[in-house]
Write a protein that binds this ligand. Structure first.
Ligand SMILES: [Zn+2]
Length: 318
């Protein structure tokens, strides 16, 4: 099961609250699913089609409960191009126009007498806005697997409907982005907080929790990775400097002999050469008497300086 189908499965089970919400949800399902076809004067074929049976059963139950209309559910088996089985709820043709009228979708001035956008009063209350989004997601929503990507989207059939969906999200202060893709108008959400908010207000609380768990897990592992990279970078840095200095010490020994160095430098050279992985602070502890980090650092710099001068043939004052 994909994350998107988990979300849809959960949304399809959200109880339908008030008649206002049923009205808003059915309107969104019809407009986002593109299920209104003109069949001649005041006759319409009104259908809701989905690859998921629970979505279709939801609207079958809704029209029966709120409008007393008993639709018919049929199965559309996949053809060669689209192998997916789909389910379709068809409203009885003699009741379709009446249903559209009750939803406020009939409008004589519109093309074929049907509005392409809902009336503003369809989303009069916050509950209705949420219901609208729920149906929009069920009909034209998609979500990425959160393990891979944080992304949910609505791909609306018209620009106007995409804007209407974006308005509902903006109403809840959810920030959206838009783009056009293959003649669909896509409203999408990228920010994790926006996705969580949208999931929970549509009613997909469990999916929201699952999304949040993945997000927290990813954040922790990103932080651990960053920390590990940082630690190994520091180890490399310690090793790099130490290696260079140990080379210098061997060079000094080969050129003039470590026994020619003053005692503090000679001891420092021995301690460094014998403890290639030890930090400066710990090297100081190995000295007798112990030496602070800045003291260690000064002596190592002096050793590097001596090696440098020997390489360049400069005079070395010991
Ligand atoms: Zn409502």
């Amino acid at each position: 099961m994909s994350f998107a189908s988990d979300v849809r499965g959960e949304l399809a089970r959200v109880p339908v609250g008030e008649p206002c919400c049923a009205c808003s949800e059915l309107t969104a399902a019809l407009l986002c699913g593109g299920g209104i076809a003109w069949r001649g004067r005041n006759r319409y074929a009104v259908t809701i089609t989905s690859a998921e049976a629970p979505t279709v059963r939801r609207y079958f139950g809704m029209v029966k409960q709120f409008w007393g209309v008993v639709g018919q559910i049929r199965t559309i088996t996949g053809d060669g191009l689209n192998n997916q089985t789909r389910y379709q709820l068809a409203m009885p043709e003699e009741e379709a126009a009446g249903l559209l009228d009750k939803l406020g979708l009939l409008d004589e001035s519109a093309l074929f007498g049907v509005r392409q956008l809902p009336l503003e009063e369809t989303v009069r209350f916050a509950c209705c806005r949420k219901s609208f989004l729920r149906a929009a997601f069920l009909m034209c929503g998609a979500a990425s697997n959160p393990e891979k990507d944080a992304h949910i989207e609505f791909s609306a059939p018209t620009e106007g409907l995409a804007a209407f969906i974006a308005d509902q999200l903006n109403y809840f202060e959810i920030e959206v982005k838009n783009r056009c893709r293959k003649s669909k108008y896509v409203v999408y959400l990228k920010r994790a907080e926006a996705i969580s908010d949208a999931l929970s207000l549509m009613g997909a609380g469990s999916a929201m929790m699952a999304f949040e768990n993945v997000r927290v897990k990813k954040e922790v592992s990103n932080r651990v990775n960053r920390q590990m990279n940082c630690d190994s970078f520091n180890i490399n840095r310690v090793m790099g400097a130490a290696e260079a200095l140990i080379r210098d010490i061997h060079y000094i020994d080969a050129e003039i002999g470590l026994d020619k160095l003053p005692k503090p430098l000679r001891e420092m050279a021995f301690v460094r050469a014998n403890n290639p992985e030890t930090s400066l602070a710990d090297l100081g502890e190995l000295m007798d008497p112990p030496l602070g980090k800045s003291g260690v650092s000064a002596r190592l710099r002096r050793l590097a300086d001596i090696a440098e001068k020997l390489r360049c043939g400069d005079e070395v004052k010991l």
